[in-house]
Write a protein that binds this ligand. Structure first.
Ligand SMILES: CC(C)(COP(=O)(O)OP(=O)(O)OC[C@H]1O[C@@H](n2cnc3c(N)ncnc32)[C@H](O)[C@@H]1OP(=O)(O)O)[C@@H](O)C(=O)NCCC(=O)NCCS
Length: 321
């Protein structure tokens, strides 16, 4: 088995790369999107990811990201793994373990101290990560609305509007300002929303609602909508009034379908999401895991280090990778 970086993949390996992604996650990660993220942000490592090859066939992959994270003693760059997948007909052969171990080696050599990933706690992958030193450090709460739906005739509250491309820079700045002083995921205002739009992963007018007062941006909500359910996992508001207006707007946009909220917006202001209006779960099947690249640690030590038990911990939908 050879381990290749993204730039070492030959054009004939693209179909195998798509197969790995589609068989594991149902979608594809087009080369063009990767190149847009590479040129427009610092989110990828220089090698983008590692790919296990046998002959000219790819059999496994992992993408390796870098992001700023604010610990109690300051902000530093940590690594993130995404898209871990082995060919379905090559499972349990130790291939994923081998490329993850190599990713750890590279990240350690680059001076990174901590590495993290999101996974479903009920999947076999979880066991793999645990044996590699990852510990469960956070799982987002859920709040699903269970009261009567917003009347179909209800109007959007004044000051709210669908976002336009021209709002994106201001949204990034507002996020950054409001995230100041918090712990955990702290995106820099480096154009991540604009990059996501260029990569075709964000449609501002469909996915973002903005709140303005006297022209100034005072809040936004990121909304993931299908005809069957509406989920908001990212809400930033400078006042409780704006937060309430955005919550009402999520309900209105659901048009009678199920709607709910996720991540720290639910735990930040718990009184806005109480039964009987909401069905609550303190955690999800998806969870965040963290490992120290300098040695084994306990779950308790990992939680303490990543500060996910701190009231200032911030995690929004855009922080899931
Ligand atoms: C998870 C996945 C990447 C593992 O790939 P792999 O090459 O089979 O992994 P390895 O052979 O290196 O397995 C290492 C360990 O992972 C755990 N593991 C892997 N698959 C497992 C399964 N189906 N059930 C339970 N444990 C499992 C075991 O602890 C295994 O060690 P063991 O074989 O000595 O018991 C692969 O099953 C896959 O692609 N799954 C679909 C996509 C996915 O779930 N990705 C993770 C996204 S977060």
């Amino acid at each position: 088995m050879r381990v290749l970086t993204f730039d070492e993949l030959s054009p004939s390996m693209e179909a195998d790369r798509a197969l790995l992604q589609v068989a594991a996650f149902g979608g594809v990660f087009p080369r063009r999107s990767i190149e847009i993220w590479r040129s427009g942000s610092t989110v990828f490592t220089d090698y983008v990811g590692l790919f296990a090859a046998e002959g000219d066939r790819l059999v496994a992959q992992v993408y390796v990201l870098r992001m700023p994270y604010t610990f109690r003693d300051g902000t530093e760059i940590i690594s993130g793994l995404a898209g871990v997948a082995t060919r379905p007909d090559r499972g349990r052969g130790g291939i994923a373990r081998a490329i993850l171990t190599e990713a750890h080696r590279r990240e350690r050599a680059a001076g990174v101290r901590f590495i993290s990933l999101w996974t479903n706690r009920s999947w076999g992958a979880h066991r793999l990560y645990e044996t590699l030193g990852y510990r469960d450090i956070y799982s987002s709460p859920w709040a699903i609305h269970q009261g009567p739906p917003a009347p179909a005739s209800s109007r959007r509250r004044p000051g709210l509007a669908s976002a336009r491309v021209s709002d994106l820079r201001e949204i990034e700045r507002l996020h950054c300002r409001e995230a100041g002083g918090q712990l955990g995921f702290c995106r820099e205002p480096n154009g991540y929303l604009r990059t996501a739009r260029r990569a075709g992963e964000l449609h501002p007018e469909k996915a973002l609602v903005v709140a303005r007062e006297r022209g100034a941006l005072v809040g936004y909500a990121h909304i993931d909508r299908t005809p069957y359910r509406t989920i908001c996992g990212e809400m930033v508001a400078t006042s409780l009034r704006t937060r309430r207006a955005l919550i009402a707007e999520v309900g209105r946009l659901a048009r009678g379908a199920v709607y709910g909220f996720q991540h720290t917006p639910v735990s930040d202001v718990p009184r806005l999401f109480r039964p009987p209006a909401y069905a609550l779960s303190p955690r999800a099947w998806w969870g965040y895991m963290g490992a120290s690249l300098s040695g084994e640690w306990s779950r308790r030590e990992a939680v303490r280090r990543f500060a996910t038990d701190d009231p200032r911990f911030l995690c929004l939908a855009g922080d899931r990778f």
